[in-house]
Design a protein around this ligand. Structure first.
Ligand code: FES
Length: 113
């Protein structure tokens, strides 16, 4: 199944939402999907994470309007049938500004296509 993500991309000058679609599979979490998008479509996308175990908080983000840890938020728990209001937003921006050309994964809505 393919899911759609609306991801906030930004840098020091500002930013906007961009839409991505990627394959998702059973057991994936939001962070997995964002990493897939990063690997396949947006290799300048900066995504902050560390433990992938819900311990460090580095991957905190606003997912479909609610604060979440991307590594602990299963896609199966999200309404992928249609985009949710709000979106997700990175908890911090420091990792998003790791280089001048990098932009951040800081906000998205999900839906299946
Ligand atoms: S990567 Fe550490 S809490 Fe998600």
């Amino acid at each position: 199944m393919k899911a759609s993500f609306r991801i906030w991309r930004g840098d020091a000058r500002g930013g906007d939402f961009r839409d991505y679609a990627t394959e998702v599979a059973e057991g994936m979490v939001v962070l997995d999907a964002v990493h897939r998008i990063q690997a396949e479509q947006a290799n300048d996308l900066a995504v902050r994470w560390n433990c992938k175990a819900g311990k460090c908080g580095s991957c905190s983000a606003e997912v479909n309007g609610l604060p979440r840890l991307m590594c602990m938020t299963r896609l199966s728990d999200l309404p992928l049938e249609e985009p949710a209001p709000g979106g997700w937003r990175s908890g911090t921006s420091s990792a998003c500004k790791s280089s001048a050309s990098a932009s951040s994964a800081s906000s998205a809505r999900t839906s299946a296509t």
